[in-house]
Design a protein around this ligand. Structure first.
Ligand code: ADE
Ligand code: ZN
Length: 325
């Protein structure tokens, strides 16, 4: 599975930061965040709330556009080593210049240049989805949406929401999603991870998203599963993330196979790979072992992911040739 060409739709850029990279940056900046690492140098957290805290503490070491350029290169190098040929990463103006449009533009330019370099040297293509953070509130989300709208184009192609699903509701972010849609951005939202099926229904009805980040708890309502299948809503499923955070006890208990069998457009991603001790190659491998999925199934999943990608048609045609080769 390791070298099958892969398409990844759900990857948080900061969440993909190797711990050694963050530790090195923190050292350069004389920042004491040693508490977020265990004695083997991995990120240390006990549950989802702890994960979010460690994530934000790690992000505090990323302070300038150059840091984000280096991060982009480090992350794409990891993804390319897993066979990923096209990736969409979540970027947050909250962490990149504090939601100031002028600062945000500088971060975007730095990340885009790094992505262009990775495309030339590693053969991996990156596009970006600007993401607001639910527990930072709806006012912050409006500022984030303005940043997204100002930079929407052929590289920033989508808008989404991540963060703590237990806080506020999709409808509280309607203005931000309308703003992003009007700027031509395609839409996705984290739902059905820490809240049940109704959160998936709400994200679709209130925000008009075409993809759902996770969405796996739709399985608790089979009428919803059938509706997702009929409407062609794409799920960005991150099995390793769900298992690592204790949503399911293991891959065999994960609903991705049931969702797939019932006709839902599922795709596979890593979410925050070093946090969850995973990679795209490992995800494919673990799914192969849990469900006996073969190369044919994985080729289909990659094709589904490419069809659901937010990039332009020319980019899709180019990537499709790589998948088919
Ligand atoms: N931010 C990074 N990873 C996330 C996840 N799995 N759920 C919600 N917000 C996140
Ligand atoms: Zn996520």
């Amino acid at each position: 599975m390791a070298m099958l060409p892969k398409v990844e739709l759900h990857l948080h850029l900061e969440g993909a930061a190797p711990p050694a990279f963050i530790r090195g940056l923190a050292k350069e900046k004389r920042l004491d965040i040693d508490g977020i690492f265990d004695d083997r140098g991995a990120y240390r957290f006990a549950d989802f709330d702890g994960f979010l805290k460690v994530y934000e503490a790690a992000t505090s070491a990323l302070q300038r556009p150059e840091d984000y350029a280096r991060l982009t290169l480090a992350v794409l190098e990891q993804s390319a080593a897993s066979g990923v040929v096209y990736s969409e990463a979540f970027l947050s103006p909250d962490f990149c210049g504090g939601r100031d449009v002028g600062a945000w533009r500088e971060y975007v330019q730095a990340m885009r240049e790094a992505a262009d370099q990775a495309e030339r040297t590693m053969g991996i293509t990156l596009r970006a989805i600007v993401t607001c953070i639910r527990h930072f509130g709806h006012e912050a989300a409006r500022e984030t949406a303005r940043c997204a709208a100002e930079t929407a184009g052929d590289w920033i192609v989508g808008f989404g929401i991540a963060g703590d699903e237990k806080v506020l509701a999709p409808k509280d972010f309607r203005w931000s999603f309308d703003c992003a849609r009007e700027a031509g951005l395609r839409l996705t939202a984290h739902a059905g991870e820490w809240a049940g099926p109704q959160s998936v229904r709400d994200a679709i009805a209130d925000l008009g998203v075409e993809r759902i980040g996770h969405g796996v708890r739709a399985i608790e309502d089979l009428a919803l599963v059938d509706e997702l299948a009929e409407r062609g809503v794409v799920l960005e499923v991150c099995p390793g993330s769900n298992v690592a955070l204790g949503l399911y006890p293991g891959y065999r208990a994960h609903p991705i196979s049931q969702l797939y069998q019932r006709g839902v457009k599922v795709t596979v991603s890593t979410d925050d790979p070093p946090f969850f001790h995973t990679s795209m190659a490992q995800e494919f491998d673990r799914l192969h072992r849990a469900f006996d999925w073969d190369d044919g199934v994985f080729a289909k999943l990659s094709r589904t992911a490419l069809d659901a990608a937010f990039c332009d048609a020319d980019t899709k045609t180019r990537i499709a040739k790589i998948l088919e080769a």
